[in-house]
Each structure stands twice: as C-alpha cells, then as structure tokens.
Design a protein around this ligand. Structure first.
Ligand code: GDP
Length: 599
C-alpha cells in the first residue's frame, strides 16, 4: 500500500543511517559468508561482484578488499578484522602464568606387543575402578576414560598401541604423559615391545612397565627384567629408574599397585594446567553418528570446555550442543585431562587434530577459511616429512638440531654395524640419533615414527611393504635405500655438513591442446582439451608451439565450465590461464610437469 510514502528526504536520511552501519570483515572469507554478514542472498553478492569484474562462485574465498567493495555498495562502513590468532594453541598450554596453574590428572597410553594383554588390561582397569561416586550409565568406548584412586584421577587413552600414539604425534598432538608398557610374563620382550619402547622414548614420555599374565604357570618376570635391561630400561630394584609392576589383567591382581605407581610418576612430573582459560586440547577420536551428526571425543589439555562454546578443530568448527562422558551421561563442563564426547561440529575432524575454543562464530569461520586457503595455497606435493637433502636447510634455520633415523636392516649383524657407524657421525651442530633400529622390512609404524620425529627412514637391504611405501609417499617421508655401508656413510656425512645437493628431474604429468582462445577480464585463457594425464591448478607448465618451448610458468587458473577446478583429467575440456602469459594460439600444447627428486 502506498500510504505514508517516505519523502525522498527521509529515504536519503535512512540510507545515510544505513551507510553508517559499521561492519568488520575478516581478511579472507567465502562469498557465502560475506552474504551472511551483509544480510543479502549469495546471488545478490555474486551479481555485485560481477558488476565489479570479479567472477566468484558461492564457496570461493575472496579477500577483504574485494568483500569491502560489495559491503560498501550495500551501505556498510567496513573495517578489516585483525587476523585470527593462528594455532598457537599447543604452545599456549606451556606458556601459562604459573600462578594460574593447577594439578591435572595424568594421561596414560597403554602400549606393547600384540596379545600381551593391552585391551584386557584397559578393560580390567576400567571395570575395577570406575571413577568412584559416579555410578550409573553404561560404559562406552569414547576413546578415553578416567579412573579414580584415593581422590586422584588418571585418564587412560583406550585405543592402545604405539601406532595410534605416534600417528597422533605426527599430527602434532602431545597427549600422553605416561606410557604403560605391557609385557606378557610368559612371552617376554618381543619386536613390538621394542618398537613401543622406542616410540615412547622418541616422544620423551616416561615408561611404567606392567608385567602381565602373572597368573600363568610359565610366567617368568625375571627374564622380562633382564630383557628390558638389554634395551636400556633398567628397573628400580636393579638400580635404574624404571618402575616395573607385576599384574594379571585376568585375575586383576596388581592393578591397584599399577595405578599407585602411575600416580607416583605423575606426581614427579608435576602435571599442571590452567582450568580458567578457554579450552584447548586434542581430538582423540571422531565419527559420524547417523542420528547425532559428527561426534568428536575431545581431550581437554588446558582450560575448561563448556556447553555452548564455539570450538575449532583443524578445518571444522561448531558450537558445543551437548557433551557426554564415557558413561554416556551428559556433562556441562570438561576440565583439563578430561575427555568429553562433543556434539555440534560441522564435520568429522581427525584424531590428533588440535582444537581450540574461540570467542565467537565469526572468528571460528574466518579461522577455518584461513586454514583452507593456506592448505590450498600450499604446494600440491606434501612436505610434512624431512629429506636428507633438505635437512641441512632445516638445521641452519634452527628447525631441527638432530638427524633422527629409523633404521631397518635385513640381519642383526648388519644392523649393529650400520648403527655403530652412523652414531659416530654426529657433528657439533647435528646429533645423529638412531631412534629405532630393527631387522625386517620397513612398515607403516616405522614411517610414522620418522614423520612424528622429523626424521628419515634408512633401509639397509630392506624395502618397505605397501603400507609403509604409501604413507611415505603421501606424507613426504624420505626413505633411503642402501646396500653398501660406504654409500650410506657418505650421504649422511654430506647431509650433516650441508653438502648434499638434491637432484631433481622434471616428470611430465600431462598435455592439454589449445583449441580456442578466450578473452576474459584481466587477459586471455586457453580453451583446452586434455589429451593425456592431468592438468592441475598450480602445476608447472610449458607452452609448446610446434614442439618449441615458448613460455615456462604455472597454471594460474583452471576452470571446468563456470567453476574453478583443482584438476582436470584426460578426455575433458577446460579453460586454462597461464601465469604471465596471454599470447595463446590455436594448436599450442600446454605441457604440465612437476619437479621431483631423483632417487
Ligand atoms: P592385546 O593384543 O595386547 O590387546 O591383547 P588382549 O588384551 O587382546 O589379550 C590377548 C589374550 O591374552 C587374550 O586371550 C586375553 O584373554 C589374554 N590375557 C590378557 N591378559 C591376561 C592375563 O593377565 N592372564 C591371562 N592368563 N591371560 C590374559
């Protein structure tokens, strides 16, 4: 109805008022997020961007300057938000003001050889010692549980094994305070026992030994103690500092003693955290629940997690809708070293991801966007691992001070000889550490240990199995193969002295034929047909004209129809923009390649 139409004066005043509305925009955000911020539909935002010459899809990340143009057109006064404080969360745990710190429970992981009783021991501890005074609820596996002893709590991570432990460590997580090494009294120290010892040592985590299956007739704890000393663990009664407790997970004998000793070791460590701050910690496990959506068990490491908190874990975030303990009961808060199963995240995070509570949803969103942008901007090839060639660079920039080596050899005699020779190579600047040495093939847990310790794997007459090779490839862990000890010593010597030059070669990844040339804003792109291989955004590219190289640079933009694409496979058409190059002609061929280290 046209009653009471606003005079043009009033309308202008209203518009003026609108234009005074301040709006803080993060340094990067998606088109969808911008639409939410300005209270417009994504289509309106996309149209406005187009008017300003920016073609952007709804999930595309744009920067502050671009977003500000749209927001100003829509009557906002814009301001750039300070960048969210990025991932200092793990460091924060240690940098607390000492006066705010309070004692927290120890977090314990159980490790040991297969069938030595890790699972049974975890069950026995849980069943005999459900945190006193908190009966009720059905015990559930949520990834960790707490027990209580004389008023003191201990948190057990209930996915046993050094593989899970090191996999978390490789993601940067430092969760475990104490490792309980389970050794069956009738079986003694076995290969995975040695792995567990080395994995715990590499992480600097104290070990408490539980000699299990003491109920068996052929239990021989003395032999176990002897074998432990051969691996550098000297037990207390022999003058060392390793606590060793005989137990039986079956009869539950000795469990109280084991818990007492864990508390003792925890006290020596003086484990503390500030419960007052916003929570930070690590995702222990996560899954998609068909009725409740993503569920993540979060172990709080400092601060207190509350219902309603906004949490960010890697590239997912959400508001804590509800939290549950290991008995399936709803809890309102989770204090340091306490696990809680959290409902409310937008996606399923990974075990080992750090989580952090942030002030509001806007910060959470921009933190996640920023992380996505960084990941996408990072090189296509993984670089989490260290290579022997890049090692010296890492040393000179202070990133690493030691060369950590996981050594595998075919036979014990060779292993000992290679180990001795390698250990002699330590330089003033670089310590050569053999963090794990064993006979046999290179397995996934060897590669994981090298990754978590920023080290490399050396195979002396030893090759990886499929799992080991795949992990090394995806994570960029260097596996070096040698058959002659002289070659090995020469390479490592050069590496610690900074003399080892990497040798690279170009590997062709595909060809795209230019069939049409299009004008777009800011230049020209080539409409191509991918003849073979794959075209990847960011890949190195050569422009060939009649087999002659005209230009060498990178794929700057890649599109399938109207959408940005990360890669386009053979047999498909796409639009390709090349960095610093416009002068396409029909019939040109774009050759995609990558630089790879020659092995
Ligand atoms: P894991 O592979 O280390 O997790 O070992 P499990 O906990 O699955 O135990 C392996 C086997 O040893 C199972 O058959 C258990 O019942 C048995 N076992 C575990 N602890 C004890 C114990 O203290 N005494 C006896 N007699 N058997 C045990």
């Amino acid at each position: 109805m046209a009653s009471n139409p606003k005079t043009s004066k009033e309308a202008k005043a209203a518009a003026k008022q609108e234009s005074d509305r301040p709006l803080t925009i993060p340094s990067t955000l998606t088109v969808r997020q911008l639409a939410e911020l300005v209270g417009a539909s994504p289509v309106e935002v996309i149209k406005d961007l187009m008017k300003n010459g920016v073609m952007a899809a709804i999930n595309q990340v744009i920067d502050y300057e671009t977003a500000a143009i749209v927001a100003r057109n829509m009557g906002f006064q814009t301001k750039e938000a300070p960048p969210p404080e990025e991932s200092a969360e793990r460091a924060v745990i240690e940098e607390e003001d000492a006066s705010l710190l309070q004692t927290r429970p120890a977090v314990v992981t159980i490790m040991g050889h297969v069938d030595h009783g890790k699972t049974k021991l975890l069950d026995a501890i849980r069943n005999t010692n459900v945190a006193a005074g908190e009966v009720g609820g059905i015990t559930q596996h949520i990834g960790a549980y707490q027990v209580e002893l004389h008023g003191q709590r201990i948190t057990f991570v209930d996915t046993p094994g050094h593989e899970a432990f090191t996999a978390m460590r490789a993601r940067g997580a430092r969760v475990t305070d104490i490792a309980v090494l389970v050794i069956a009294a009738n079986d003694g120290v076995m290969p995975q026992t040695v792995e567990a010892i080395d994995h715990a040592k590499a992480a600097g985590v104290p070990i408490v030994v539980a000699i299990n299956k003491m109920d068996l007739e052929d239990a021989n704890p003395d032999r176990v103690k002897q074998q432990l000393s051969e691996h550098g663990l000297i037990i207390e009664e022999w003058g060392g500092d390793v606590i060793c407790v005989p137990v039986s997970a079956k009869t539950q004998d000795g469990l109280g003693d084991l818990l007492e000793n864990i508390v003792l070791v925890a006290e020596v460590q003086e484990l503390k955290a500030n419960p007052q701050r916003p929570a930070v910690g690590t995702v222990i496990e996560a899954e998609m629940d068909s009725s409740r959506g993503p569920m993540a068990t979060m172990l709080v490491q400092a601060g207190t997690l509350h219902g309603g908190d906004v949490v960010v874990a890697d590239e997912t975030w959400g508001k804590v809708k509800a939290m549950f303990n290991e008995r399936g009961q709803r809890v309102k808060t989770a204090s340091p070293s306490t696990p809680a199963k959290v409902m409310g995240l937008s996606a399923v995070p990974h075990a080992g991801d750090a989580f952090t509570v942030v002030k509001n949803e806007q910060i959470a969103r921009s933190l996640v966007t920023e992380r996505q942008r960084k990941r996408e901007a990072a090189s296509v090839r993984p670089t989490r691992g260290v290579t022997l060639e890049t090692l010296y660079g890492e040393i000179s920039t202070g990133k690493v001070k030691e060369l950590n080596i996981v050594l595998k050899a075919d036979v014990q005699g060779t292993l000992d000889a290679v180990r001795t020779a390698l250990e002699r190579l330590s330089e003033k600047q670089v310590q050569v550490n053999i963090i794990h040495a064993a006979t046999g093939i290179i397995i996934e847990s060897d590669v994981m240990l090298a990754l978590a310790s920023k080290g490399i794997v050396i195979g002396f007459n030893s090759r990886p199995d499929t799992g080991g090779r795949r992990l090394a490839e995806t994570e960029g862990v260097d596996i070096r193969y040698y058959e002659v000890i002289y070659d090995l010593i020469e390479d490592v010597t050069k590496a610690v002295k900074g003399l080892l030059e990497p040798v690279y070669e170009d590997v062709v990844e595909g060809h795209a034929e230019v069939r049409q040339v299009f004008r777009v804003r800011g230049g020209r792109v080539a409409g191509c047909y991918v003849r073979d291989g794959v075209v990847t955004r960011g890949a190195s590219a050569r422009l060939l004209r009649e087999d002659e190289v005209i230009h060498t640079s990178r794929v700057a933009t890649l599109r399938r129809f109207q959408d940005d694409a990360k890669e386009v496979q053979a047999g498909y058409e796409c639009g390709v923009g090349i960095e610093d190059f416009q002068d396409f002609q029909e019939g040109d061929v774009i050759e995609l390649y990558s630089r790879q280290r020659k092995s």
